[in-house]
Design a protein around this ligand. Structure first.
Ligand code: FAD
Length: 433
Protein backbone atom coordinates (compact mmCIF):
# COMPACT_ATOMS: atom_id res chain seq x y z
CA UNK A 1 0.00 0.00 0.00
CA UNK A 2 1.41 3.40 -0.96
CA UNK A 3 0.96 6.53 1.09
CA UNK A 4 -0.59 9.00 -1.32
CA UNK A 5 -0.93 12.71 -0.62
CA UNK A 6 -3.27 14.67 -2.88
CA UNK A 7 -2.64 18.42 -2.92
CA UNK A 8 -5.81 20.42 -3.65
CA UNK A 9 -9.42 19.46 -3.01
CA UNK A 10 -11.11 20.74 -6.17
CA UNK A 11 -12.91 18.35 -8.51
CA UNK A 12 -9.53 17.11 -9.81
CA UNK A 13 -8.06 16.38 -6.38
CA UNK A 14 -11.19 14.83 -4.89
CA UNK A 15 -11.73 12.65 -7.98
CA UNK A 16 -8.14 11.39 -7.82
CA UNK A 17 -8.36 10.78 -4.06
CA UNK A 18 -11.61 8.79 -4.33
CA UNK A 19 -10.25 6.59 -7.11
CA UNK A 20 -6.90 5.96 -5.41
CA UNK A 21 -8.51 5.11 -2.08
CA UNK A 22 -10.77 2.63 -3.88
CA UNK A 23 -7.63 1.17 -5.47
CA UNK A 24 -6.42 0.38 -1.95
CA UNK A 25 -4.01 3.25 -1.25
CA UNK A 26 -3.83 5.13 2.01
CA UNK A 27 -4.82 8.62 0.88
CA UNK A 28 -4.48 12.00 2.60
CA UNK A 29 -5.90 15.07 0.88
CA UNK A 30 -4.64 18.55 1.75
CA UNK A 31 -6.93 21.51 1.06
CA UNK A 32 -6.21 25.09 2.14
CA UNK A 33 -9.87 26.13 2.36
CA UNK A 34 -12.31 24.84 4.98
CA UNK A 35 -14.35 22.97 2.35
CA UNK A 36 -13.84 20.66 -0.63
CA UNK A 37 -14.87 21.32 -4.22
CA UNK A 38 -12.63 24.22 -5.29
CA UNK A 39 -14.47 26.01 -8.12
CA UNK A 40 -17.40 23.63 -7.62
CA UNK A 41 -19.66 24.96 -4.89
CA UNK A 42 -22.21 27.61 -4.07
CA UNK A 43 -22.35 31.31 -3.32
CA UNK A 44 -25.27 32.01 -0.96
CA UNK A 45 -26.76 35.34 0.07
CA UNK A 46 -30.14 36.33 1.54
CA UNK A 47 -32.01 33.24 0.38
CA UNK A 48 -30.46 33.21 -3.09
CA UNK A 49 -28.01 30.52 -4.14
CA UNK A 50 -25.81 30.48 -7.23
CA UNK A 51 -23.30 27.99 -8.55
CA UNK A 52 -19.91 29.53 -7.75
CA UNK A 53 -18.33 27.90 -10.81
CA UNK A 54 -19.65 25.23 -13.17
CA UNK A 55 -23.36 25.14 -13.90
CA UNK A 56 -23.31 22.16 -16.26
CA UNK A 57 -21.05 19.49 -17.66
CA UNK A 58 -20.59 17.91 -21.05
CA UNK A 59 -19.66 14.24 -21.28
CA UNK A 60 -21.58 13.01 -18.22
CA UNK A 61 -19.88 9.62 -18.58
CA UNK A 62 -16.83 11.08 -16.84
CA UNK A 63 -18.74 11.88 -13.63
CA UNK A 64 -20.68 8.62 -13.82
CA UNK A 65 -17.48 6.60 -14.27
CA UNK A 66 -15.90 8.34 -11.28
CA UNK A 67 -18.79 7.44 -8.98
CA UNK A 68 -19.09 3.88 -10.26
CA UNK A 69 -15.36 3.22 -9.94
CA UNK A 70 -15.11 4.70 -6.44
CA UNK A 71 -18.21 3.18 -4.84
CA UNK A 72 -21.96 3.59 -5.29
CA UNK A 73 -23.10 4.81 -8.73
CA UNK A 74 -23.91 8.47 -9.32
CA UNK A 75 -27.66 7.80 -9.60
CA UNK A 76 -27.68 6.88 -5.90
CA UNK A 77 -26.20 10.28 -4.99
CA UNK A 78 -27.20 12.89 -7.57
CA UNK A 79 -29.43 13.22 -10.59
CA UNK A 80 -27.93 14.44 -13.86
CA UNK A 81 -30.46 15.91 -16.27
CA UNK A 82 -29.95 17.10 -19.84
CA UNK A 83 -29.88 20.84 -20.52
CA UNK A 84 -32.22 21.67 -23.38
CA UNK A 85 -31.55 23.80 -25.35
CA UNK A 86 -27.88 23.50 -24.61
CA UNK A 87 -27.46 27.25 -24.99
CA UNK A 88 -29.24 30.17 -26.61
CA UNK A 89 -27.06 32.36 -28.82
CA UNK A 90 -28.12 35.97 -29.41
CA UNK A 91 -26.11 37.68 -32.12
CA UNK A 92 -25.52 41.37 -32.74
CA UNK A 93 -27.65 41.27 -35.91
CA UNK A 94 -30.66 40.25 -33.80
CA UNK A 95 -30.81 36.58 -34.80
CA UNK A 96 -31.33 34.04 -32.03
CA UNK A 97 -30.21 30.43 -32.19
CA UNK A 98 -31.42 27.97 -29.55
CA UNK A 99 -28.81 25.25 -30.01
CA UNK A 100 -30.15 21.78 -29.16
CA UNK A 101 -28.04 19.38 -27.16
CA UNK A 102 -26.88 15.89 -28.09
CA UNK A 103 -28.24 15.57 -31.65
CA UNK A 104 -26.68 16.27 -35.04
CA UNK A 105 -29.98 16.42 -36.92
CA UNK A 106 -31.58 18.73 -34.35
CA UNK A 107 -28.58 21.10 -34.58
CA UNK A 108 -28.75 21.03 -38.39
CA UNK A 109 -32.43 21.95 -38.34
CA UNK A 110 -32.03 24.68 -35.72
CA UNK A 111 -29.14 26.38 -37.55
CA UNK A 112 -30.92 26.17 -40.90
CA UNK A 113 -34.15 27.56 -39.48
CA UNK A 114 -32.61 30.50 -37.64
CA UNK A 115 -29.36 31.46 -39.38
CA UNK A 116 -30.21 30.51 -42.96
CA UNK A 117 -30.73 27.51 -45.23
CA UNK A 118 -27.52 25.61 -45.93
CA UNK A 119 -25.72 26.85 -42.82
CA UNK A 120 -26.98 23.87 -40.82
CA UNK A 121 -25.10 21.50 -43.13
CA UNK A 122 -22.00 23.68 -42.89
CA UNK A 123 -22.17 23.54 -39.09
CA UNK A 124 -22.68 19.78 -38.76
CA UNK A 125 -19.93 19.12 -41.32
CA UNK A 126 -17.58 21.31 -39.29
CA UNK A 127 -18.48 19.46 -36.09
CA UNK A 128 -18.30 16.02 -37.67
CA UNK A 129 -14.79 16.72 -38.95
CA UNK A 130 -13.70 16.34 -35.31
CA UNK A 131 -15.11 12.82 -34.90
CA UNK A 132 -11.79 11.15 -35.75
CA UNK A 133 -9.85 13.66 -33.66
CA UNK A 134 -11.97 12.81 -30.63
CA UNK A 135 -11.63 9.11 -31.24
CA UNK A 136 -7.84 9.23 -31.60
CA UNK A 137 -7.14 11.58 -28.70
CA UNK A 138 -9.50 9.70 -26.44
CA UNK A 139 -7.50 6.53 -27.00
CA UNK A 140 -3.97 7.93 -26.81
CA UNK A 141 -4.22 10.85 -24.45
CA UNK A 142 -7.51 11.76 -22.77
CA UNK A 143 -8.49 8.35 -21.39
CA UNK A 144 -5.07 6.65 -21.30
CA UNK A 145 -1.73 7.68 -19.91
CA UNK A 146 0.13 9.39 -22.75
CA UNK A 147 3.34 7.62 -23.60
CA UNK A 148 5.45 8.82 -26.54
CA UNK A 149 6.82 5.26 -26.88
CA UNK A 150 3.41 3.78 -27.51
CA UNK A 151 1.82 6.47 -29.63
CA UNK A 152 1.93 6.32 -33.40
CA UNK A 153 3.37 9.26 -35.33
CA UNK A 154 0.02 10.40 -36.74
CA UNK A 155 -1.54 10.74 -33.28
CA UNK A 156 1.50 12.56 -31.93
CA UNK A 157 1.41 14.92 -34.91
CA UNK A 158 -2.30 15.57 -34.37
CA UNK A 159 -1.67 16.60 -30.77
CA UNK A 160 1.27 18.83 -31.73
CA UNK A 161 -0.33 20.35 -34.81
CA UNK A 162 0.66 23.84 -35.97
CA UNK A 163 -2.88 24.44 -37.19
CA UNK A 164 -4.80 26.65 -34.81
CA UNK A 165 -8.47 26.50 -33.93
CA UNK A 166 -8.90 29.99 -35.35
CA UNK A 167 -7.56 28.80 -38.71
CA UNK A 168 -9.82 25.76 -38.95
CA UNK A 169 -12.91 27.70 -37.97
CA UNK A 170 -12.16 30.52 -40.44
CA UNK A 171 -11.57 27.99 -43.20
CA UNK A 172 -14.63 25.82 -42.69
CA UNK A 173 -17.26 28.27 -41.49
CA UNK A 174 -18.11 31.20 -43.72
CA UNK A 175 -20.80 32.70 -41.50
CA UNK A 176 -19.49 35.01 -38.76
CA UNK A 177 -22.19 33.88 -36.32
CA UNK A 178 -21.25 30.22 -36.72
CA UNK A 179 -17.62 31.17 -36.18
CA UNK A 180 -18.60 32.82 -32.91
CA UNK A 181 -20.48 29.68 -31.85
CA UNK A 182 -17.49 27.50 -32.71
CA UNK A 183 -14.99 29.68 -30.84
CA UNK A 184 -17.16 30.36 -27.79
CA UNK A 185 -15.94 27.53 -25.48
CA UNK A 186 -12.31 28.51 -26.04
CA UNK A 187 -12.94 32.21 -25.56
CA UNK A 188 -15.09 31.60 -22.47
CA UNK A 189 -12.23 29.60 -20.97
CA UNK A 190 -10.01 32.68 -21.41
CA UNK A 191 -7.95 31.69 -24.47
CA UNK A 192 -7.14 33.41 -27.74
CA UNK A 193 -8.18 30.90 -30.45
CA UNK A 194 -5.07 31.91 -32.44
CA UNK A 195 -3.00 30.19 -29.74
CA UNK A 196 -5.18 27.10 -29.32
CA UNK A 197 -4.51 23.90 -31.28
CA UNK A 198 -7.11 22.90 -33.84
CA UNK A 199 -8.00 19.67 -32.01
CA UNK A 200 -9.64 21.59 -29.17
CA UNK A 201 -12.47 22.13 -31.66
CA UNK A 202 -13.53 18.58 -30.80
CA UNK A 203 -15.45 20.15 -27.93
CA UNK A 204 -18.29 20.97 -30.35
CA UNK A 205 -18.35 17.29 -31.35
CA UNK A 206 -18.43 16.17 -27.71
CA UNK A 207 -21.32 18.51 -26.87
CA UNK A 208 -23.23 17.55 -29.99
CA UNK A 209 -22.90 13.84 -29.36
CA UNK A 210 -23.02 13.48 -25.61
CA UNK A 211 -25.05 16.55 -24.68
CA UNK A 212 -24.79 19.01 -21.82
CA UNK A 213 -26.06 18.01 -18.39
CA UNK A 214 -26.72 19.59 -15.04
CA UNK A 215 -27.71 18.69 -11.49
CA UNK A 216 -31.13 19.93 -10.34
CA UNK A 217 -30.50 22.39 -7.51
CA UNK A 218 -27.06 23.28 -8.88
CA UNK A 219 -23.78 21.67 -9.96
CA UNK A 220 -22.43 22.84 -6.62
CA UNK A 221 -24.14 19.80 -5.08
CA UNK A 222 -21.36 17.75 -6.65
CA UNK A 223 -19.00 19.14 -3.97
CA UNK A 224 -21.11 17.64 -1.17
CA UNK A 225 -21.33 14.32 -3.03
CA UNK A 226 -17.53 14.24 -3.41
CA UNK A 227 -17.04 15.13 0.27
CA UNK A 228 -19.32 12.22 1.22
CA UNK A 229 -17.52 9.87 -1.14
CA UNK A 230 -14.12 10.70 0.37
CA UNK A 231 -15.57 9.98 3.83
CA UNK A 232 -16.88 6.60 2.66
CA UNK A 233 -13.50 5.76 1.14
CA UNK A 234 -11.77 6.76 4.41
CA UNK A 235 -9.62 9.41 2.78
CA UNK A 236 -7.98 11.54 5.46
CA UNK A 237 -9.00 15.10 4.60
CA UNK A 238 -6.92 17.93 6.09
CA UNK A 239 -8.91 21.14 5.58
CA UNK A 240 -7.43 24.56 6.28
CA UNK A 241 -4.02 23.14 5.38
CA UNK A 242 -1.79 24.56 2.64
CA UNK A 243 0.89 22.58 0.91
CA UNK A 244 3.97 24.78 0.77
CA UNK A 245 6.33 22.46 -1.14
CA UNK A 246 7.17 18.87 -2.02
CA UNK A 247 10.04 17.03 -0.38
CA UNK A 248 12.18 15.27 -2.95
CA UNK A 249 15.10 12.94 -2.40
CA UNK A 250 17.28 11.53 -5.19
CA UNK A 251 14.73 12.46 -7.83
CA UNK A 252 11.80 10.83 -6.02
CA UNK A 253 9.12 12.45 -3.92
CA UNK A 254 9.21 11.54 -0.24
CA UNK A 255 6.70 13.94 1.23
CA UNK A 256 4.75 17.18 1.29
CA UNK A 257 5.50 20.12 3.56
CA UNK A 258 2.42 21.97 4.70
CA UNK A 259 1.88 25.05 6.85
CA UNK A 260 0.86 22.62 9.61
CA UNK A 261 3.73 20.19 9.36
CA UNK A 262 5.20 17.54 7.12
CA UNK A 263 3.54 14.50 5.56
CA UNK A 264 5.46 11.48 4.29
CA UNK A 265 4.40 10.19 0.90
CA UNK A 266 5.35 7.60 -1.72
CA UNK A 267 3.12 9.26 -4.29
CA UNK A 268 1.91 12.88 -4.56
CA UNK A 269 -0.93 14.00 -6.78
CA UNK A 270 -0.68 17.72 -7.50
CA UNK A 271 -4.17 19.05 -8.22
CA UNK A 272 -3.29 22.76 -8.00
CA UNK A 273 -1.34 25.19 -10.17
CA UNK A 274 2.16 23.63 -9.92
CA UNK A 275 3.67 27.12 -9.93
CA UNK A 276 2.53 27.27 -6.29
CA UNK A 277 5.05 24.61 -5.24
CA UNK A 278 8.69 25.81 -5.39
CA UNK A 279 10.06 22.38 -6.36
CA UNK A 280 7.81 22.23 -9.45
CA UNK A 281 7.68 25.95 -10.29
CA UNK A 282 10.87 26.08 -12.41
CA UNK A 283 9.48 23.35 -14.68
CA UNK A 284 6.40 25.40 -15.55
CA UNK A 285 7.98 28.84 -15.37
CA UNK A 286 6.99 29.77 -18.91
CA UNK A 287 3.33 28.96 -18.39
CA UNK A 288 0.59 31.39 -17.45
CA UNK A 289 -2.87 30.81 -16.01
CA UNK A 290 -5.99 31.39 -18.09
CA UNK A 291 -7.77 34.29 -16.41
CA UNK A 292 -11.34 33.68 -15.17
CA UNK A 293 -14.21 35.86 -16.45
CA UNK A 294 -15.83 38.78 -14.64
CA UNK A 295 -18.64 37.26 -12.55
CA UNK A 296 -21.79 38.89 -11.24
CA UNK A 297 -24.36 36.90 -9.28
CA UNK A 298 -27.77 38.58 -9.34
CA UNK A 299 -30.66 37.87 -6.96
CA UNK A 300 -33.76 39.10 -8.79
CA UNK A 301 -37.46 39.52 -8.08
CA UNK A 302 -40.54 40.69 -9.98
CA UNK A 303 -41.40 40.36 -13.62
CA UNK A 304 -38.42 38.76 -15.33
CA UNK A 305 -37.76 37.48 -18.85
CA UNK A 306 -38.06 33.71 -19.04
CA UNK A 307 -34.58 32.68 -20.16
CA UNK A 308 -33.26 29.16 -20.79
CA UNK A 309 -30.39 27.65 -18.77
CA UNK A 310 -27.70 29.63 -20.61
CA UNK A 311 -27.96 32.65 -22.89
CA UNK A 312 -24.92 33.95 -24.77
CA UNK A 313 -24.96 37.56 -25.92
CA UNK A 314 -22.25 37.58 -28.58
CA UNK A 315 -20.12 40.63 -29.28
CA UNK A 316 -17.40 42.46 -27.41
CA UNK A 317 -17.87 42.07 -24.55
CA UNK A 318 -19.50 38.66 -24.73
CA UNK A 319 -21.92 38.16 -21.87
CA UNK A 320 -23.24 34.80 -20.71
CA UNK A 321 -26.30 34.61 -18.47
CA UNK A 322 -26.71 31.38 -16.49
CA UNK A 323 -30.10 31.12 -14.89
CA UNK A 324 -30.00 27.92 -12.86
CA UNK A 325 -29.56 29.45 -9.39
CA UNK A 326 -32.21 29.00 -6.71
CA UNK A 327 -34.21 31.93 -5.35
CA UNK A 328 -37.00 32.70 -2.90
CA UNK A 329 -40.52 32.28 -4.36
CA UNK A 330 -41.17 34.57 -7.32
CA UNK A 331 -37.50 35.40 -7.77
CA UNK A 332 -34.61 34.19 -9.88
CA UNK A 333 -30.89 33.75 -9.34
CA UNK A 334 -28.74 34.50 -12.38
CA UNK A 335 -25.03 34.56 -12.86
CA UNK A 336 -23.57 36.80 -15.56
CA UNK A 337 -20.11 36.01 -16.92
CA UNK A 338 -18.30 38.71 -18.90
CA UNK A 339 -15.44 38.32 -21.36
CA UNK A 340 -13.77 40.99 -23.48
CA UNK A 341 -13.99 44.76 -23.33
CA UNK A 342 -16.25 45.19 -20.33
CA UNK A 343 -15.70 48.84 -19.46
CA UNK A 344 -19.04 49.47 -17.74
CA UNK A 345 -21.12 47.79 -15.07
CA UNK A 346 -22.22 44.29 -16.10
CA UNK A 347 -25.89 45.11 -15.59
CA UNK A 348 -25.60 48.21 -17.81
CA UNK A 349 -23.89 46.16 -20.51
CA UNK A 350 -26.66 43.57 -20.14
CA UNK A 351 -29.34 46.24 -20.47
CA UNK A 352 -27.70 47.50 -23.67
CA UNK A 353 -28.14 44.00 -25.07
CA UNK A 354 -31.85 44.04 -24.28
CA UNK A 355 -31.94 42.31 -20.89
CA UNK A 356 -32.58 45.10 -18.41
CA UNK A 357 -33.07 43.81 -14.86
CA UNK A 358 -31.50 46.74 -13.02
CA UNK A 359 -34.72 47.58 -11.17
CA UNK A 360 -35.29 43.98 -10.10
CA UNK A 361 -32.01 43.42 -8.29
CA UNK A 362 -32.53 42.45 -4.62
CA UNK A 363 -28.97 41.33 -4.00
CA UNK A 364 -25.81 41.12 -6.05
CA UNK A 365 -22.39 39.57 -5.50
CA UNK A 366 -19.54 40.61 -7.77
CA UNK A 367 -16.48 38.37 -8.09
CA UNK A 368 -13.65 39.80 -10.15
CA UNK A 369 -11.11 37.54 -11.90
CA UNK A 370 -8.67 38.53 -9.17
CA UNK A 371 -11.13 37.63 -6.38
CA UNK A 372 -11.59 34.19 -7.94
CA UNK A 373 -7.87 33.53 -8.32
CA UNK A 374 -7.20 34.66 -4.76
CA UNK A 375 -10.03 32.54 -3.39
CA UNK A 376 -8.66 29.32 -4.93
CA UNK A 377 -4.97 30.30 -4.93
CA UNK A 378 -4.95 29.73 -8.68
CA UNK A 379 -7.15 29.83 -11.76
CA UNK A 380 -9.82 27.14 -12.07
CA UNK A 381 -9.38 27.59 -15.84
CA UNK A 382 -5.91 26.08 -15.70
CA UNK A 383 -3.06 26.79 -18.05
CA UNK A 384 -3.32 29.40 -20.79
CA UNK A 385 -2.81 28.12 -24.33
CA UNK A 386 0.26 29.92 -25.71
CA UNK A 387 0.73 27.90 -28.86
CA UNK A 388 1.54 24.35 -29.85
CA UNK A 389 4.20 23.75 -27.17
CA UNK A 390 1.79 24.32 -24.29
CA UNK A 391 0.67 20.73 -24.65
CA UNK A 392 4.14 19.55 -23.62
CA UNK A 393 3.80 21.28 -20.27
CA UNK A 394 0.46 19.57 -19.78
CA UNK A 395 1.68 16.18 -20.96
CA UNK A 396 4.91 16.34 -19.07
CA UNK A 397 5.03 13.72 -16.45
CA UNK A 398 6.57 15.83 -13.69
CA UNK A 399 10.35 15.60 -13.41
CA UNK A 400 10.15 13.68 -10.13
CA UNK A 401 9.26 10.04 -9.70
CA UNK A 402 6.03 9.62 -7.81
CA UNK A 403 4.57 13.06 -8.65
CA UNK A 404 1.51 13.23 -10.90
CA UNK A 405 -0.37 16.29 -12.13
CA UNK A 406 -4.16 16.35 -12.38
CA UNK A 407 -6.82 19.06 -12.62
CA UNK A 408 -7.25 22.09 -14.83
CA UNK A 409 -3.51 22.88 -14.94
CA UNK A 410 -2.50 19.41 -16.10
CA UNK A 411 -5.54 18.45 -18.20
CA UNK A 412 -6.11 19.17 -21.89
CA UNK A 413 -8.48 21.94 -20.88
CA UNK A 414 -10.51 23.30 -18.02
CA UNK A 415 -13.97 21.96 -17.37
CA UNK A 416 -15.21 19.02 -15.37
CA UNK A 417 -14.85 16.42 -18.16
CA UNK A 418 -11.16 17.14 -18.85
CA UNK A 419 -10.39 17.50 -15.14
CA UNK A 420 -12.22 14.26 -14.31
CA UNK A 421 -10.42 12.41 -17.10
CA UNK A 422 -7.05 13.65 -15.83
CA UNK A 423 -7.83 12.13 -12.41
CA UNK A 424 -8.81 8.80 -14.00
CA UNK A 425 -5.60 8.71 -16.03
CA UNK A 426 -3.44 9.51 -12.97
CA UNK A 427 -5.16 6.72 -11.02
CA UNK A 428 -4.45 4.32 -13.87
CA UNK A 429 -0.80 5.39 -14.01
CA UNK A 430 -0.39 4.91 -10.27
CA UNK A 431 -2.22 1.58 -10.36
CA UNK A 432 -3.65 -0.53 -7.55
CA UNK A 433 -1.99 -0.63 -4.12
C1 FAD B 1 -16.96 30.84 -12.99
C2 FAD B 1 -16.62 29.48 -13.53
C3 FAD B 1 -17.53 28.82 -14.34
C4 FAD B 1 -17.24 27.55 -14.83
N1 FAD B 1 -18.18 26.89 -15.58
C5 FAD B 1 -17.96 25.61 -15.95
C6 FAD B 1 -19.00 24.83 -16.54
O1 FAD B 1 -20.14 25.30 -16.69
N2 FAD B 1 -18.72 23.55 -16.89
C7 FAD B 1 -17.50 22.99 -16.65
O2 FAD B 1 -17.31 21.80 -16.97
N3 FAD B 1 -16.50 23.69 -16.08
C8 FAD B 1 -16.70 24.98 -15.71
N4 FAD B 1 -15.72 25.70 -15.08
C9 FAD B 1 -14.37 25.09 -14.95
C10 FAD B 1 -14.29 24.07 -13.82
O3 FAD B 1 -15.00 24.51 -12.71
C11 FAD B 1 -12.84 23.87 -13.44
O4 FAD B 1 -12.06 23.59 -14.58
C12 FAD B 1 -12.62 22.76 -12.44
O5 FAD B 1 -13.55 22.83 -11.39
C13 FAD B 1 -11.19 22.83 -11.93
O6 FAD B 1 -10.98 21.86 -10.94
P1 FAD B 1 -9.54 21.69 -10.28
O7 FAD B 1 -9.66 20.65 -9.24
O8 FAD B 1 -8.51 21.51 -11.31
O9 FAD B 1 -9.19 23.12 -9.63
P2 FAD B 1 -9.90 24.02 -8.52
O10 FAD B 1 -11.36 23.85 -8.53
O11 FAD B 1 -9.32 25.38 -8.71
O12 FAD B 1 -9.38 23.41 -7.14
C14 FAD B 1 -8.09 23.62 -6.64
C15 FAD B 1 -8.15 23.48 -5.13
O13 FAD B 1 -6.83 23.47 -4.59
C16 FAD B 1 -6.79 24.27 -3.45
N5 FAD B 1 -5.40 24.72 -3.28
C17 FAD B 1 -4.72 25.62 -4.04
N6 FAD B 1 -3.47 25.73 -3.62
C18 FAD B 1 -3.33 24.87 -2.56
C19 FAD B 1 -2.25 24.53 -1.71
N7 FAD B 1 -1.04 25.08 -1.85
N8 FAD B 1 -2.46 23.62 -0.73
C20 FAD B 1 -3.69 23.04 -0.58
N9 FAD B 1 -4.76 23.33 -1.36
C21 FAD B 1 -4.56 24.23 -2.35
C22 FAD B 1 -7.77 25.39 -3.74
O14 FAD B 1 -8.21 26.00 -2.52
C23 FAD B 1 -8.89 24.62 -4.46
O15 FAD B 1 -9.84 24.11 -3.56
C24 FAD B 1 -15.98 26.95 -14.54
C25 FAD B 1 -15.07 27.62 -13.72
C26 FAD B 1 -15.38 28.85 -13.21
C27 FAD B 1 -14.39 29.54 -12.29
Amino acid sequence: MSRVVVVGGGFGGTAAAARLAKQGHQVTLVERLDRLGGAVGFVEREGYRWDAGPTSTALPAVVRDLFRKSGRPLERELELVPVEPMREHRFEDGTVLAMPSGSRSAQLEAVDATLGAGLGQQWVDHVHAFADTWDVLRRVYLERPWSPDHVDKASAALLHTRTTLQKVVTRTLKDERLREVALLPTRLDGHDPRNVPAWMGMWAYVEQNFGVWTVPGGMGRLAAAMTKRLGERKVEVLLGTSAVDLRVHAGRVVGVDTDRGSLDADVVVVAIDPRGLPVLAPHVSRTMPAIPPVLCHLGLSGDLPDLPHEVVLHGDPTLVVRTNGTAPAGGAAWTVLGRGRLSEDVTVALARRGIDVRRQIEVRVDRSPRDQVEELAGSAYGMLWQGRTTIDRKLAATPYAGVYGVGAHAAAGAGLPFVGLSAAVAAERIGPA
